[in-house]
Design a protein around this ligand. Structure first.
Ligand code: AMP
Length: 427
């Protein structure tokens, strides 16, 4: 029996990937840029389990959201507890923050996480059942500068990766007061058009009318176009907050456009919401998005602290990089590749390689090829810098010839000088 990947998943391979973005070197590059940027912006890594009590997501993400109501991988453990693979990261981070009373350690908290998320989606280009997100959560500061910093950081990560043609779309969903006014205005607007709404949006009208703005149904999109704008229903404090976020983004030259139709799919957002989109992804054009969630901590039983964050899909970032022709740095092969001729030479190569590695010099030994020629080809495929063929001559004379695979230049050395020589030419 031949096994295959479960539907909606993929492998990340060191070479010969199915899709160019499924190459380990690209993921390394992305992860290192993320870690570096996070450090510079003062975000520390947090790791939480990939599954949690189902109730956490019901309450933390919202039972009416698509990801909770339709897309969660939920199972019962042997003790009869309902658990779910995490469909997003914020609820878990907040759970962890509350559980470990981190609020007592400092007054402001900045976390980032990278890891797999799980959603039972219909597999299609750009949508997977297991995918990866980078997310950040800044907890404690209600200042608009925190919102602007979060957007700036995401934009910087994309910029450092070389992504082009990005659009930052900014909106506010107001505070509780503005939302109540706005919901009423939306209900007044949509109710006379009830028959024209999609079945799903008819339900949304009762449960959460804001979500109609998020609908991808062509019937709804048409109606949404003329719907009232949140921007004319803001309380004075929500309005001031939004203006300040815009002013701060202007001050650091982050280009953005205001799009009053952005509400984001999750229930917990307040005030600032944003998405970053690109033209180079086809239908799934959002690479990242987030917003402020001031009531979330207290609704999950924690302290009444504000928060703001985002999540961005790593697959989408890499797909844009590929679509825009951005090449990964080539991962370096071994500094030296030993090719033994015979059993005795193999033992020598084995010990030499081990010596090199103990001196932090990368090395490898040809263990499969029957012919020298194949060994040389393997060294080239691995992008080794030098190769060294070791046979009885070398063993008897206690010497080695290093061949630079690119320049073809050779260097003769006595074996006891090998390590110091290689250390000298290390970049
Ligand atoms: P969301 O948590 O739905 O706001 O998604 C945030 C980001 O995660 C999106 O902009 C995508 O980049 C990525 N994303 C969400 N769902 C998927 C999926 N099923 N497959 C791949 N990436 C996804």
């Amino acid at each position: 029996m031949k096994f295959q990947l479960p539907k909606g998943t993929f492998d990340i391979l060191p070479y010969a990937p199915e899709e160019p973005w499924q190459l380990t070197a690209l993921w390394h590059k992305l992860e290192s840029i993320i870690a570096e940027t996070a450090r510079e912006y003062g975000y520390a890594e947090i790791r939480t389990p990939i599954y949690e009590r189902t109730e956490l997501f019901d309450r933390g993400v919202g039972e009416t959201t698509d990801i909770v109501s339709k897309e969660m991988f939920t199972f019962e453990d042997k003790g009869g507890r309902s658990l779910s693979l995490r469909p997003e990261g914020t609820a878990s981070v907040i759970r962890s923050f509350i559980e470990h009373s981190l609020s007592q350690a400092r007054s402001s908290h900045k976390f980032y996480y990278i890891g797999p998320m799980f959603r039972y989606e219909r597999p299609q280009s750009g949508r997977y059942r297991q995918f990866h997100q980078l997310g950040i959560e800044a907890i404690g500061a209600s200042d608009p500068a925190q919102d602007a910093e979060v957007i700036d950081m995401l934009y910087q990560i994309y910029a450092r990766l070389g992504l082009k043609r990005l659009r930052v779309q900014l909106n506010t969903v107001g505070d509780l007061e503005s939302r109540a006014m706005y919901k009423a205005a939306l209900v007044d607007y949509f109710r006379p058009h009830l028959d024209e709404l999609s079945a799903e949006s008819k339900i949304r009208l009762e449960k959460n009318p804001l979500r109609i703005l998020d609908s991808k149904d062509p019937k709804d999109i048409e109606l949404v176009r003329n719907a009232p704008s949140i921007l004319t229903h803001l309380s004075p404090s929500a309005q001031t907050h939004f203006q300040e976020v815009c002013r701060l983004l202007d001050s650091i030259q982050i280009p953005y456009e205001i799009n009053d139709k952005i509400v984001r799919g999750l229930d917990y957002y307040t005030k600032t919401v944003f998405e970053i989109t690109t033209e180079d992804l086809g239908a799934q054009n959002t690479i990242g998005g987030g917003g402020r969630y001031d009531g979330l901590l207290s609704s999950l039983g924690g302290p009444d602290l504000p928060g703001v964050g985002y999540a961005t899909g790593l697959e989408r970032i890499l797909q844009v990089m590929i679509a825009q022709g951005i090449e990964p740095l080539k991962e370096q092969g071994p500094l030296v590749y030993f090719i033994p001729l015979g059993e005795e030479a193999k033992t020598k190569c084995f010990t030499l390689a081990s010596l090199c590695r103990r001196s932090h010099l990368s090395a490898d030994v040809e263990l499969c090829a029957k012919k020298v020629q194949t060994g040389l080809q393997n060294a080239t495929k691995l992008s080794a810098v030098y190769c060294a063929i070791i046979g009885s001559d070398e063993l008897n004379a206690n010497k080695i010839t290093l061949k630079h695979l690119e320049t073809r230049q050779t260097t003769d050395l006595s074996l006891d000088r090998l390590i110091s020589y290689l250390q000298g030419i290390q970049p």
